[in-house]
Ligand binder design. Structure first.
Ligand SMILES: [Zn+2]
Length: 90
């Protein structure tokens, strides 16, 4: 599973979102105005959705509640990158 990350000019209220690509990969769009800490948090949130296969789900409210309740800091990002990256606290 390939996940790409891209900064984008987004409305202030939108931290990030995921685009499902035709080749089966995912592109996480991250608001370019976020600081590093908020960018990592948003990226982690979206990777968690991808790893949990939430894009096949139906009830968006349930999906969001679960995504926000689960896991430690950057756990999903760490899982996706298989421990190959470390995060500096900021
Ligand atoms: Zn979400």
């Amino acid at each position: 599973m390939d996940i790409y990350f891209q900064e984008a000019v987004l409305p202030a209220k939108t931290k990030s979102f995921v685009v499902t690509m035709l080749d089966g990969s995912y592109t996480v769009l991250l608001n370019a105005d976020l600081c590093l800490a908020a960018t990592l948090e948003a990226a982690d949130h979206e990777v968690r959705h991808i790893l949990d296969k939430d894009f096949e789900g139906v009830d968006v409210n349930q999906i969001e509640l679960r995504a926000h309740a689960k896991g430690g800091k950057h756990e999903a990002l760490a899982a996706y990158f298989n421990g190959r990256i470390a995060f500096d606290p900021c």
